[in-house]
Design a protein around this ligand. Structure first.
Ligand code: NDP
Ligand code: HSE
Length: 445
């Protein structure tokens, strides 16, 4: 048996992910030592409540509520508590006391990432966070390392398991959103406050992390446009299926090449867009076949072409796999010394507001079924610089003694978001539209 150098590993948090990390670390210690070139000694596990019931039978003597003492003297600190504070303070303490750190905390990295990376740079420490976006799926290293020589053009990701589970059940079983959300919570996919999932906050945090790596630019969470799935109902799901689409909550990170537009004060040059919203995805697209709580990240790069990363985006043991990969990397670096893997934000591309993004749309309107209505609708779209690609009309209902109502589903060619939203406002205010039933972007066609 090789007499490896011992590295002291401190674990902060023993919840869904932390308890699995501890168990695997203890169970596979010898194997991990051979891979890391160092013996990984779990010196303690910080929790909030020593008496809280725990699923795993981890040695009781490892548990402590004194995280600060545990951090001091550790070579590697694994933060799996979640939230901003005290996770931020503990990570900074760990970095400043000479440890390398591993975290799965997307909320913290998306809001305080620059502060943490800068602190690590100052002392030559490393921050590893493979589990912070898309759980078990290796996507941080591919973006940071494998694709470092390429130019990423676009990422389309299903990066939130809870919302994919909900939308998939609505699509495949006709379930109602609120019923399935309760199930997703019971299955442990949802965050403790599921608003983070269904309103797109969790996906926006992951989008900020992925875009920062892909475009070598520090993307603040505040620059990510975010919409959730609470407006999606069965009618929209059925209409999407009828038109050959499925609705997915997507994180879209895109490199743009804008032309001069004096009216919109746009100068030519490269920029990026980072956005999260429910979108129509063609059923033939690889992302359409991502079911249940799974995640997938579809990357389009200039030289590599299309790449798809798929797997479990949540779950304790699955996420523990990504965390332990980071622990092995941290241990190797700790032993070998040197600066380790770095990431660059020097491209510093501007992030454009959603109004300057160009996509295709599907607009569903309830209109009066009488002569001249289509011409009026077409005129408003044309005046708004929104070009019609497809249009389908179905008779919706006949109101007693009133006018017939028709449902108009309009697919547009690519249009600028600002033009589209102003046009939809004009449609809603026109005398012929009774209701704008939905406006959805189309991605991936
Ligand atoms: P849990 O809520 O299940 O566990 C949190 C753990 O941290 C608990 O053991 C808790 O202690 C401990 N803790 C919380 N606050 C403190 C504190 N102030 N001092 C000491 N200990 C504290 O979280 P998860 O395991 O689900 O998530 C951990 C991280 O991993 C989060 O950042 C999350 O976003 C991320 N993540 C989670 C995934 C998942 O599927 N669960 C997937 C990908 C990432 P106690 O047990 O005493 O309450
Ligand atoms: N609530 C998150 C999800 C957990 O549903 O994807 C993983 O980050």
């Amino acid at each position: 048996m090789i007499d490896y150098r011992r590295l002291r590993v401190a674990l902060l948090g023993a919840g869904a992910v932390g308890s699995q990390v501890a168990s695997l670390l203890l169970r596979h210690g010898d194997e991990l030592a051979d891979r890391a070139g160092a013996a990984l000694e779990l010196v303690g596990i910080a929790v909030r409540d020593l008496d809280a019931p725990r699923d795993t039978d981890l040695p009781r003597e490892l548990f402590t509520t004194d995280a600060e003492s545990l951090i001091l003297g550790a070579d590697i600190v694994i933060e799996l508590m979640g939230g901003i504070e005290p996770a931020r303070t503990y990570l900074l303490q760990a970095i400043n006391s000479g440890a390398d750190v591993v975290t799965a905390n997307k909320a913290l990295l998306a809001t305080h990432g620059s502060e943490i990376f800068d602190a690590a740079d100052q002392v030559g420490a490393q921050v590893y966070y493979e589990a912070a976006a898309a759980g078990a799926i290796p996507i941080i290293r591919p973006l940071r390392d494998s694709l470092a020589g390429d130019r990423v053009q676009r990422i389309m990701g299903i990066v939130n398991g809870t919302t994919n589970y909900i939308l998939d059940r609505m699509d495949t079983e006709g379930a109602e959103l609120v019923d399935v959300l309760t199930e997703a919570q019971a299955l442990g996919y949802a965050e403790s406050d599921p608003t983070a999932d269904v309103e797109g906050y969790d996906a926006a945090q992951k989008a900020a992390i992925l875009a920062s790596l892909a475009f070598h630019t520090a993307v603040p969470l505040s620059a990510v446009h975010r919409e959730g799935i609470m407006t999606i109902d069965k009618t929209m799901i059925d209409a999407a299926r009828h038109a050959g689409y499925v609705i997915k909550l997507l994180a879209v990170c895109e490199r743009l090449q804008e032309q001069t537009d004096a009216a919109a004060s746009v100068s030519p040059g490269e920029s990026i867009s980072v956005r999260v919203y429910p979108a129509l995805v063609p059923r033939t697209h690889p992302l359409a076949s991502v079911h249940g709580a799974n995640n997938a990240v579809f990357v389009q790069a200039e030289a590599a072409g299309n790449l798809m990363f798929y797997g479990a985006g949540a779950g304790g043991v699955q996420t523990a796999s990504a965390v332990l990969g980071d622990v092995v990397s941290a241990a190797r670096r700790h032993i070998a010394g040197g600066v380790g893997v770095g990431e660059s934000t020097l491209a510093n591309l501007p992030v454009v507001p959603i109004g300057r993004v160009t996509t295709r749309y599907q607009i569903t309107l309830e209109v009066d079924d009488r002569p001249g209505v289509l011409a009026t609708v077409a005129g408003i779209l044309s005046d708004g610089r929104v070009s019609i690609a497809t249009m389908e009309q179905t008779l919706e209902q006949t109101l007693e003694g009133g006018a017939d109502t028709a449902r108009l589903v309009i697919g547009t060619h690519k249009a600028r978001e600002q033009d589209l939203s102003e046009t939809v406002e004009r449609l809603a205010a026109s005398g012929v539209v009774e209701r704008v039933a939905s406006v959805l972007r189309v991605e991936g066609d």
